[in-house]
Design a protein. Structure first.
Length: 301
């Protein structure tokens, strides 16, 4: 098969390991800089161009779309779909998961466990918003934030009001969520491939920090997940429409709560923690599922 990996970071662990896994299984694989792709949009025969050449004959693509280029990146993925190329995660699914508010609303509609979350625009509603999510401490998140950036823990009502007012003054969108104290600065990353969890790790925040992201100094160890956690992760990925996903779960007194569904989960942490060849599993999934024009969202926005 001919496989393209859409990535701006050809030397990062996730990209290089996917390339190695594809080559080990006998596939022709290329890393494609997403921002160097440009599209010929025509009714007759849409085409993709790259650095002055035509991209063709690809059987599948693996999108590794950075959050800062979501709009352009999903446009590129959508164009490949229009050309009949199989995408391991489709454009609509990536857009859906990147919109934190939309993803939480979709998960809520299907009854998935979530931290109580508030969303408002007017400073006049701050007091009721804080009460709505259970009062301080509360977690305040920028909708556009990633890897723990733009996430603040406000331990008092006064602090929460100040932070929320400051963010609103900057004209940015924020979510306010209840603080799950019993999680104790940890979460569980469940790595979903297809319809199963192929690996799970517990991420623990460093001392004095509540954000467990590995990019913020958190530590990862393998963990056993419960059947309910497993079902929750698989269902959350399915609701987003993702075949490959990192589902972040908080362990609470009322069961697993989904914090986020990631469409481009990193491989380094999960492979190091579990000792599993997750990249190889992704390539195997493509082998079993990639077919021309096999996309649910072909031609859709």
């Amino acid at each position: 098969m001919k496989i393209g990996i859409l990535s701006q970071e050809p030397k990062c662990y996730s990209t290089t390991h996917l390339v190695e896994a594809a080559k080990e299984r006998g596939h022709d694989v290329n890393v494609i800089d997403t921002l160097r792709c440009y599209m010929n949009i025509t009714s007759a025969k849409p085409s993709m161009h790259y650095k002055g050449e035509l991209l063709y004959d690809y059987d599948a693509i693996i999108p590794r779309i950075g959050s800062s280029i979501t709009f352009y990146g999903t446009s590129v993925v959508r164009h490949f779909e229009m050309m009949g190329v199989f995408s391991v995660n489709e454009s609509v699914s990536i857009s859906r998961s990147r919109d934190k508010l939309r993803s939480l609303q979709l998960l809520s509609r299907k009854g998935i466990g979530l931290p109580v979350t508030g969303f408002a625009r007017s400073p006049d509603d701050i007091d009721d918003l804080i009460t709505m999510v259970g009062g301080p401490p509360v977690v305040i998140k920028l909708l556009e934030g990633t890897q723990g950036i733009g996430v603040v823990l406000a331990e008092t009502k006064g602090a929460a009001e100040s932070v929320i007012e400051a963010f609103m003054g900057l004209n940015v969108n924020i979510l306010i969520q209840e603080f799950i104290r019993e999680a104790a600065g940890s979460d569980v990353r469940c790595f979903v491939v297809g319809d199963r969890v192929v690996g799970a790790m517990k991420r623990q925040a460093k001392e004095g920090e509540f954000r467990s992201n590995l990019h913020r100094g958190g530590e990862a160890v393998p963990t056993k997940i419960t059947p309910l956690e497993r079902r929750t992760a698989v269902q959350a990925a399915k609701i987003m429409g993702l075949n490959i996903a990192g589902v972040d779960i908080l362990r609470s007194s009322r069961g697993p709560l989904v914090m986020e569904v990631n469409s481009s989960p990193g491989l380094k942490g999960i492979e190091a923690a579990t000792g599993k060849n997750i990249a190889g599993m992704i390539i195997e999934f493509i082998e079993k599922n990639a077919r021309p024009n096999k996309t649910k969202t072909r031609g859709k926005g």
